[in-house]
Ligand binder design. Sequence first.
Ligand code: GLU
Length: 302
Amino acid sequence: MSSSTAPYIGRFAPSPSGPLHMGSLVAAMASYLDAKVHQGTWLLRIEDLDYDRNLDGADAAILATLQRCGMAWDGEATWQSRRLPLYESALKRLRDDRLVYACGCSRKEIQDSVLQAGLPKNGAAVYPGTCRHGLAPGKAARALRLRVPEAPAVYGFVDRWHGAQQQDVAEEVGDFIVLRGDGYWAYQLAVVVDDGEQGITDIVRGADLLDSTPRQLYLQDVLGLPHPRYLHVPVVNNDLGEKLSKQTGALAFDTGTPALDLLESALLPAARFLGFDLRADSLDDFWRQAVPAWAELLSDLK
Ligand code: GLU
């Protein structure tokens, strides 16, 4: 199903594990500009379901920084933690369709059986399907997994930045978790349910999620949701080549940073990272130039 004729609805969906940093700012800017170029709607959704990683006050700090940078979202911001019934009803549908099962495997057990089978793929443990036909006697359920089709289960899409992508979800991922052992909803399920419920037509986010997209396409299919268009922007790495995050020493923009400093230390470098080098003397001037600059960059990508 394609959503190409629907009016553009985009979103930025940060996890509140820390304040906005250069990596998340780049994703925010790209999704904001893409919505503006398409005269679309830009929603803000706080993805706060991984309660162990949430940092107190980080959601408010992210909202404040976006506002101070001049990126105004449409409508009310949403918090995934306030939308739990949506995930419940998606799970019910998956259960009714017999697509989920309880898994009792620990991470270590999965790693061991993958190694025994000699199948480690890209260093990631592909779930070997141990509990597919029921829990072994004496095993307690830890998580709920979604059954993926038998291989080949190839899910492909054309990324607007990276071009054609595909992944055999059975070979490279295996049955994946939708409800974690700690009772938290898994990112993959929640993001697909929310994007569907909010009518998102265009997802613009960091390329670290490129390999999650085939799982999300599969989930959209089994939940009867349309496939959005995707654009994954390059990830900002630190000097060690690691993805920037709070843990790898990302620079956080303080809510007290003056607007001109935000322009110099955040917006102009983020735009440069995305591939357009602007000279601007105010936030308004920056955005006036950035929208057509993004449109031109997109036409070069085609
Ligand atoms: N919450 C995710 C993150 O902050 C992004 C999810 C998405 O854009 O699909 O990395």
